[in-house]
Design a protein around this ligand. Structure first.
Ligand code: KG4
Ligand code: ZN
Length: 357
């Protein structure tokens, strides 16, 4: 079975063809980073227009590289939400048109679920299948959540951010430092050259009960620290040290929150399971290294997709589509794109949490 996956929910136009033997036959990602760079973040209208301009070309490239015809597809999957609605509509309409023309099922994929299932495509450390259940740390530009993943579509949210997502904190900090957009890779590179003990930054939520996150206080302290540095252009060493200190603080928070989540997860799933990290920030090698210290101390595996499949891509959408089709699920062409689509709709709202909860 081969499935085409289309991703257009943020600032990447992506399409991929994947088969049910976990092989990625093609994976084309066209990023719009240059278009959003001057604004230090994604501008929804610019994103939607850019998706419209290139989506056909990206889909054809993915099909050609996979050596597949539309008639070979078992289904066409597209991100149906959550995300920037203009972009989501572009991918959904494209997928529906192909599905209608070729009489194939259309699958509306929850973008967060696609991140959550990516390790079942890419496999554990030795390439072996990753089975349910697992504890998921989902860290992206729009979300920061801890979830028990008990089966396909069975998510129990243990924690979420009450303000910024972690990727958002990386991006905002990069903007303050003039490092461009997206911030994560630039900060990781600068941090590798810096002294992570130089600046004393807060560890919001550390030691608190539960598994929620907060990053806005950390961001504010970074801003105040920059303001406290000598006037004039920031020195390279200051930037490097600030990035390193920020990353260390972020890692300390993740370790603390994941530690709490592991205890809760053990109660929900007494047989345990690995800690899976997913979403764009999971591409960060330093953070993964720090999380590995935690999982080693608990005697469990840490599993992350390869960096290129942590950030948004079509392969994860195609794979989620395959999982749905194998479970006998697809969606009608009347499906309406969903700007918000929580993985665990039963999770209680969190005080102060905005639309990202
Ligand atoms: O999953 P993703 O591609 O898009 C969303 O669904 O949000 O995540 C994008 C986020 C951005 O905030 C970006 O700065 C962050 O992931 N990111 C990283 C790294 N690579 C991407 N953050 C930290 N370190 C990285 N190496
Ligand atoms: Zn994403």
């Amino acid at each position: 079975m081969i499935v085409l996956g289309i991703e257009t929910s943020c600032d990447e136009t992506a399409a991929a063809v994947v088969n049910d033997d976990r092989r990625i036959l093609s994976n084309i990602v066209r990023s719009q980073h240059d278009a959003h760079q001057p604004y230090g973040g994604v501008v929804p209208e610019i994103a939607a227009r850019a998706h419209v301009e290139v989506v056909d070309e990206i889909v054809h490239q993915a099909m050609a590289q996979a050596g597949a015809e539309f008639g070979d597809l078992a289904g066409i999957a597209a991100t149906g939400g959550p995300g920037l609605i203009g972009g989501v509509m572009v991918g959904v309409m494209t997928a529906k048109a192909i599905a209608y023309r070729w009489h194939r099922p259309f699958i509306a994929v929850n973008h967060l679920e696609a991140h959550a299932l990516t390790v079942r495509l890419t496999g554990g450390g030795d390439g072996r299948n990753v089975a349910f259940p697992y504890l998921l740390l989902l860290i992206s530009g729009g979300h920061c959540q801890l979830l028990a993943v008990e089966g396909l579509g069975q998510f129990r949210r243990l924690g979420t951010t009450v303000d910024d997502a972690l990727g958002e904190a990386f991006d905002k900090m990069a903007k303050m430092l003039g490092l461009g957009y997206p911030g994560g890779p630039a900060i990781e590179a600068r941090a590798a050259l810096g002294d992570d003990q130089r600046f004393d930054l807060p560890r919001p939520m550390r030691g608190r009960e539960g598994c929620h996150f907060s990053f806005s206080g950390l961001k504010t302290k970074v801003r105040q620290t920059i303001e406290g540095l000598p006037d004039g252009a920031l020195r390279d060493q200051d930037i490097n040290d600030l990035c390193a200190s920020f990353q260390r603080a972020a890692a300390d928070v993740l370790i603390d929150r994941c530690g709490h989540a592991l205890s809760e997860f053990e109660c929900i799933c007494p047989d345990g399971g690995p800690l899976v990290v997913a979403g764009g920030v999971a591409a960060n090698i330093y953070l993964n290294g720090r999380l590995k210290e935690l999982t080693d101390s608990h005697g469990i595996d840490l599993i992350a997709p390869p960096p290129a499949l942590c950030t948004d891509n079509g392969a994860m959408i195609a794979w989620a589509g395959i999982e749905h089709l194998k479970a006998g699920k697809s969606d009608g062409l009347e499906f309406a794109p969903r700007p918000r689509w929580p993985l665990d709709p039963t999770a209680p709202p969190v005080a102060y949490a905005g639309a990202k909860a």
